[in-house]
Design a protein around this ligand. Structure first.
Ligand SMILES: C[S@@+](CC[C@H](N)C(=O)[O-])C[C@H]1O[C@@H](n2cnc3c(N)ncnc32)[C@H](O)[C@@H]1O
Length: 187
């Protein structure tokens, strides 16, 4: 369980997540209590830290060098305990089969927030979405094609989200955001 008021100052400001989305995720973590999470796109490691502080075992992939510094710094500062965060980080290109093989498994949640191009996002979707029954993608809002041709433009999260909402009966999303936000499907 996450005490959001305590965790929020540790993970925000994060360059990638707005407060509403962090709250949305914290509420979802508390509601569903996933035990295992695969995160594609670690970024700076702030969200990874929040996911782990919920009690989940987190496996995270990014091509960046050292996002571990984020949670290691908090541990060093005494703000969190090492035993409170179970995170395995892989520096790797998420879009290749070798990486999918490396993290292969059944997770409670898969979160996709890496390459946002249509082709790149779709690669991640094809490789990882099958590894969980609950899948979240980030940056679903605010990038709509101005021509309304939402099935053609090059922004994976929004375009895919339009499709997913037509496919899955149960979806949840960060409410009322001009841009960004998470969308979750429950298969
Ligand atoms: C929007 S950021 C992730 C933010 C993170 N989820 C957070 O909340 O802080 C996108 C990340 O995806 C990573 N990325 C982009 N393409 C990638 C690829 N092909 N393989 C691995 N990581 C990739 C980038 O290095 C970047 O850190």
């Amino acid at each position: 369980m996450i005490d959001f008021d305590k965790v929020f100052p540790l993970v925000y400001p994060s360059p990638q997540q707005d407060p509403k989305s962090l709250k949305f995720l914290a509420d979802l973590l508390n509601e569903f209590e996933p035990k295992t999470i695969l995160e594609i796109g670690t970024g700076c490691g702030a969200l990874t830290t929040m996911l782990a502080l919920s009690g989940a075992k987190v496996v995270s992939v990014d091509q960046r060098d050292n996002p571990m510094q984020y949670w290691e710094h908090l541990i060093h500062e005494g703000k969190i305990k090492a035993e409170d965060v179970d995170i395995t980080f892989h520096k790797a290109n998420s879009q290749i089969q070798e990486t999918a093989d490396l993290v292969k498994g059944i997770y409670d949640w898969v979160l996709i927030d890496a390459d946002h191009s249509w082709a790149g996002g779709l690669k991640d979707w094809d490789l990882y979405s099958k590894m969980a029954n609950v899948v979240g993608i980030h940056d679903i809002a605010g990038y709509d094609d101005k021509t309304k041709n939402n099935d053609k433009y090059d922004w994976f999260p929004t375009r895919k989200w339009h499709q997913l909402k037509r496919t899955y009966n149960i979806t949840r999303e960060t409410p009322n955001l001009p841009a960004g936000g998470w969308g979750f499907i429950f298969k």
